[in-house]
Write a protein that binds this ligand. Structure first.
Ligand code: G3H
Ligand code: 13P
Ligand code: ZN
Ligand code: NA
Length: 310
């Protein structure tokens, strides 16, 4: 069966690794991710955004994930990514998700506390775990649109009160990551605020921390996209060694979506450019699915450190 994140995070914290949380939108993505996890014996979080749920529909997504549970024997959590209301969180909890994020990071501290507590109180009746967020990531994605000027690092002085008052199970923090494929300006040196992470961990001993916006925007795939008709100049992500460092610390969940999108899109562009007469979607979706699988295997080995932990 699907599991919540309690056991996963407890082991990850103690073992100095992180669980990969990968966004899913369709069958090939679910299959690619979970095949890699099965081969490497890694636990995994499959996460669905509000946008993904609109795109693919709640029933289709939950049934695809249930199929993955049948086809594999690694722990799988089904998580709502960036829930923006109590109602959306409740709908996912009632509909079989085992974990939800309530993202009140754009609200005032008091409003964020009230909303996160409302979701945690409801979720915990059903053994569903809750992630909240303090601090604002910069980013360019539709659902989580925060300009660089509006972004602000998490204030470590606030985390203990937030967790105590809300009862949430994990906390996403802002230490310099951001959503999408353009995380730093051209010429800017990628940096993460490990000092903030350390201070948060000191104030919340043993408590699982989450990193959003943690794709590395793997150059191989950006180059492939640009080579085969795409236009993604200056795409840049978080260096993998920094993420591995965070995974060794209090970070127990690392979110990756953009790297999967890049791998899938690059592979399809290349396939269609090289096979202009092909028109059976299976012909380009099969290598795209393999590219997702390889990317997830790479993340598990290089970033998460979660191989063999299932
Ligand atoms: O953080 C956002 C995830 O990458 C999901 O993106 O809202 O476009 O599905 P989305
Ligand atoms: P990336 O855009 O860096 O993959 O981040 C994904 C994410 O945080 C999903 O919530
Ligand atoms: Zn996110
Ligand atoms: Na960790």
């Amino acid at each position: 069966p699907l599991v919540n994140t309690v056991e996963m995070f407890k082991k990850a914290y103690e073992g100095g690794y992180a669980i990969g949380a990968f966004n899913v939108n369709n069958m090939e993505i679910v299959q690619g991710i979970t095949e890699a996890c099965q081969e490497l014996k890694s636990p995994v979080i499959l996460q669905v955004s509000g946008g993904a749920r609109k795109y693919a529909n709640h029933t289709y997504l939950t049934k695809l994930v249930e199929a993955a549970v049948i086809e594999t024997d690694v722990p799988i959590a089904l998580h709502l990514d960036h829930g923006n209301s109590f109602e959306l969180c409740k709908s996912c909890i009632d509909g079989g998700f085992t974990s939800v994020m309530i993202d009140g990071s754009h609200l005032s501290f008091e409003e964020n506390v009230a909303l996160a507590k409302q979701v945690a109180d409801y979720a915990h009746q059903f053994n569903v775990t809750v992630e909240a967020e303090l601090g604002r990531l910069a980013g360019i994605e539709d659902a989580v649109n925060v300009s660089a000027e509006d972004a602000s690092y998490t204030n470590p002085a606030e985390v203990q009160e937030f967790v105590e008052r809300t009862g949430v199970d994990s906390l996403a923090i802002a230490i310099g990551t951001s959503h999408g494929a353009y995380k730093f300006k051209p010429g800017q040196k990628p940096q993460l605020r490990f000092d903030i992470l350390e201070e948060v961990a000191r104030r919340l001993p043993g408590f699982p921390i989450v990193l959003h916006g943690a794709s590395s925007v793997v150059p191989e795939f950006v180059e492939m996209i640009n080579k085969f008709g795409g236009q993604m100049p200056d795409a840049i992500g978080i260096p993998e060694d920094m993420l591995r460092q965070a995974a060794k610390m209090a970070v127990c969940k690392i979110n990756v979506d953009s790297d999967l999108r890049l791998a899938m899109t690059a592979t399809i562009r290349k396939y269609l450019a090289e096979n202009p007469s092909h028109f059976d979607p299976r012909q380009y979706l099969a290598p795209a699915r393999t590219a997702i699988k390889d990317m997830v295997a790479h993340k598990i080995n290089t970033v998460m450190g979660s191989a063999g932990k299932a």
